[in-house]
Design a protein around this ligand. Structure first.
Ligand SMILES: [Zn+2]
Length: 340
């Protein structure tokens, strides 16, 4: 009403103009005028002018709006929303082949391995490399995980990209696959590191921690496993210590399942960011899965601040899981960086 200047709109472009915001708004205006034409009343639509500003539909963190000291940048949600439309618009172009990582990290329940392995005895970590030819990296890999992070001289300060945890809230449900307690994530949770976007696939726990800081284990370590559209894997590791005083972030009222079993946290939704420390400083290095086949090429992001868990929660995990930790592996000249 009484609008004397055009309404200004910002929205994404499309892979073809017909999928962009401008086209959509123009068609809406046409529809509006057409509708007016069918009515007998007189509507003054001088204020109905639109000014549409499009920004690239596949941009991330690009400036969309920069006026009067206000800067708005494109978020990951915009390209992702439009990506599905874009695929439909180009049905003839073959999809890029995605190299999938075959690992139990990406299976949602109990499953068959190449060879059975465990955390102790004849199938323990010392023998993983000999249990199956496909496990050879466990013995001869040069970029294996976990590692001991020496904060004194081996870690270099770097301007690393900030972490954006874009996780959605959902009901927590866990399975016990015999090696860990794992929550399988529904699609829709993302981690953004600089211009790279990964989907959260699952998270699981190790007791005590697999990574050590200056030779010391934390009481527990949670691994948030992410995969990029091209199949690259990024794991965020959160160390957790039992503490009676500070705020506790892990749910304690959940029944932890026995092997092959599953459990759902009743009547409550959780956001996985509840288990991420508020301080987003991190160590990072190139490593591997910490379980057979110990595939390398994993981008490790180890949060520098631990979270606190109740001693009873820790006892519960310890009792259900036993010790599910691979010993630390040699660095072989790898560099560990810490975010400034
Ligand atoms: Zn793990």
């Amino acid at each position: 009403m009484n609008r004397l200047v055009p309404l200004r709109i910002w929205g994404p472009s499309g892979s073809v103009p017909e999928l962009g915001t401008k086209y959509c708004m123009e068609k809406m205006q046409e529809m509006y005028k057409w509708d007016i034409g069918t009515r007998s009343g007189v509507i003054d639509f001088r204020g109905g002018a639109l000014e549409v500003n499009e920004f690239p539909f596949d941009g991330i963190n690009e400036i969309i709006y920069d006026e009067n000291g206000v800067v708005i940048r494109s978020l990951l949600t915009i390209p992702l929303t439009v990506a599905g439309v874009q695929d439909n618009a180009r049905p003839t172009k073959p999809r890029e082949k995605v190299q999938s990582v075959r690992h139990h990290y990406f299976s949602t329940g109990t499953h068959k391995h190449e060879a059975e392995w465990s955390y102790a005895g004849k199938h323990g970590p010392d023998f993983w490399g000999t249990l199956s030819p496909s496990y050879h990296l466990a013995t001869d890999g040069q970029k294996q995980s976990p590692i001991d992070i020496r904060t004194d001289d081996e870690v270099v300060d770097e301007d690393l990209p900030p972490l954006m945890f874009l996780y959605r809230t959902e009901q927590l449900s866990v399975v016990n696959n015999g090696h860990t307690i794992q929550h399988n994530e529904q699609p829709g949770s993302f981690l953004q590191v600089g211009d790279k976007v990964y989907t959260l696939e699952q998270f699981h726990a190790h007791v005590p921690s697999e990574h050590t800081i200056n030779g010391k284990h934390a009481d527990m370590e949670i691994h948030f496993v992410h995969k990029s559209p091209k199949g690259q894997v990024a794991v965020v590791a959160v160390l957790a210590n039992a503490d009676t005083e500070k705020s506790i972030s892990l749910p304690v009222h959940m029944r932890l399942p026995q092997i092959g079993d599953a459990a759902v946290e009743p009547n409550r939704s959780r956001n996985p960011t509840d288990f991420i420390p508020k301080d987003h400083h991190y160590f990072t290095y190139s490593g591997s899965f910490t379980t057979p086949p110990c595939t390398e090429g994993v981008r490790w992001i180890v949060m520098t601040s631990p979270i606190q868990i109740a001693p009873s929660t820790l006892a519960h995990f310890r009792q259900t899981l036993g010790r599910n930790v691979r010993p630390v592996q040699p660095l072989h000249g790898r560099q560990v960086a810490i975010s400034r």
